[in-house]
Design a protein around this ligand. Structure first.
Ligand code: GDP
Length: 307
């Protein structure tokens, strides 16, 4: 069963790892948000893609929730000693991805080729694709003015009030090579339990990807990022209040209206008529077993749906 999943970073990577255990890993394709990508200290950083690479190769620091396990920080110490910017932490091992990516991009290689090579080197049998090789940047209009994603998320810890979100460059972006065929050829398409506004919307803003989802033969199922009405982590709930969206799964389902055929809801959330097919299960993914179990539930639900 070939599965294609649209994903952000941490929340989505949990599901993708579960899928890579529930299925032959080569049957899994992750199309990853690149709206969070930015240039820092001259280096191109792709946080969501790198989270997928670390998670799928067993290198992720799961306790911390980002970055590499067993990371060291000599580079950051040296940056600080020279009064360099230290609001975004780049570990010594992590640096290798950014240095190599930056050098290869400067030499004219597309991001998708570079990411594919990294994944192969680390023995990842699933396909990890950036949503696009073109530059797309998530920009938040806040009560502190316009902030690029990492300035809002990391430097300002999601504290500013958000009035609107836009994805600069998305309307001119083309899906990365392989993304459209991965959607057209899938037996099931999943939208990971990622932040709908910051992680999934950038993907849906790439015109070719949205159209491919509409044209796909396979059902599209979203896994709710809410557990008991609340985001497990991150600003999803806070954003919903600030953007004037109703709270809860119904609002997230409405947000994905026209894109999804079904919604997998956490069993702690009260049953409600969502206006589309839904199924309920425990979607909290703490250990690997949970991730595999949620992946299997999502696949079984998708199999029960038809377009
Ligand atoms: P980021 O790009 O690293 O911020 O991560 P994502 O956008 O992929 O994930 C953030 C979202 O994942 C939040 O809305 C969380 O509620 C959701 N999330 C994290 N862990 C879980 C989990 O175990 N189960 C479910 N259902 N959602 C989760």
């Amino acid at each position: 069963m070939k599965v294609t999943v649209l994903t952000g970073g941490v929340g989505g990577a949990k599901l993708v790892l579960g899928l890579a255990h529930a299925l032959p890993p080569a049957d899994v394709t992750a199309i990853v948000n690149t709206g969070d990508d930015f240039t820092h200290l001259g280096l191109r950083v792709s946080p969501d893609i790198d989270t997928l690479l670390y998670t799928l190769s067993g290198k992720a620091n799961t306790a911390q929730g980002w970055g590499r396990e067993g990371e060291s920080w000599s580079f950051m110490d040296a940056v600080r000693s020279l009064a360099g910017e230290d609001w975004f932490a780049l570990g010594d091992g992590d640096l290798a991805l950014h240095v190599l990516r930056t050098a290869r991009l400067a030499a004219g290689e597309p991001l998708s080729t570079i990411v594919g090579d990294f994944a192969r080197r680390w023995g990842i049998a699933s396909t990890v694709l950036p949503m696009t090789d073109d530059a797309v940047a998530t920009i938040l209009d806040t009560d502190e003015g316009e902030l690029a994603f990492q300035r809002y998320f990391v430097a300002r810890r999601c504290e500013p009030r958000v009035k609107a979100i836009r994805f600069e460059g998305a309307d001119r972006a083309h899906p990365a090579p392989g993304a459209l065929s991965a959607i057209a050829g899938a037996d099931a398409i999943l939208i990971a339990p990622s932040n709908p506004f910051l992680s999934v919307d950038p993907l849906l803003a790439v015109p070719g990807l949205r159209q491919a989802l509409a044209d796909a033969q396979a059902p599209v199922v979203a896994i709710s990022p809410l557990v008991g009405g609340r985001a497990v982590k991150g600003p999803t709930g806070k954003l919903m209040v600030e953007l004037g969206v109703d709270q809860g799964v119904a609002a997230i389902t409405a947000h994905y209206q026209g894109v999804i055929d079904g919604m997998l809801v956490d069993e702690r959330d009260a049953p409600a008529d969502l206006g589309i097919a839904s199924a309920r299960t425990d979607t909290l993914m703490l250990a690997l077993d949970d991730r595999i179990r949620v992946a299997r539930s999502a696949l079984a639900f998708a199999r029960s749906l038809r377009r």
